[in-house]
Design a protein. Structure first.
Length: 152
């Protein structure tokens, strides 16, 4: 099934490596290109004003040309570039994880489509189990030899 392919971590690594090689090729050839990416994974430094940020759609196209193209680089599996936004040309450093790029586009034609579908793993917060601490302390105190370790 297709799901077995696109949800496989090894497949995602292949897609990411291929994407990085393609982008580096474009850098070397000085070929401008666009990226269609999931905006929820993109970060901006400094943060964009809410008025500008609210205009982005879930899939957003960034076109790398001119100064934006010249500042672009790949670091730690992330495409990073400087760009100006809105009528004020608000400057921000944009960081896009490679696997968040859905398409790479040249002259309005997709030249790369990322099919990898990696599920995000939510970090679980461990809850403190006070009952476990209480049970542990009761067990500890049940041994008369341990009373010398307890402050009175």
């Amino acid at each position: 099934m297709l799901e077995n392919v696109i949800e496989d971590n090894n497949f995602a690594v292949l897609m990411q490596n291929h994407m990085q090689e393609l982008i580096v090729h474009f850098f070397n050839k000085e070929q401008n290109f666009g990226i269609l990416c999931r905006i929820e994974d993109v970060s901006f430094e400094p943060l964009l004003p809410e008025k500008i940020n609210s205009e982005f759609r879930s899939l957003t196209l960034f076109f790398l040309a001119g100064y934006t193209f010249e500042t672009a680089e790949i670091l730690d599996n992330t495409l990073i570039f400087e760009a100006g936004f809105g009528s004020e040309n608000f400057g921000s450093l944009v960081s896009v994880p490679l696997l968040s790029i859905m398409q790479i586009i040249v002259d309005e034609t997709p030249v790369f489509i990322n099919l990898a579908s990696i599920k995000k793993v939510k970090k679980s917060v461990k809850k403190v189990d006070n009952n476990g601490v209480d049970n542990s302390m009761a067990s500890f105190l049940s041994n008369p030899e341990n009373s010398k370790f307890v402050k009175k």
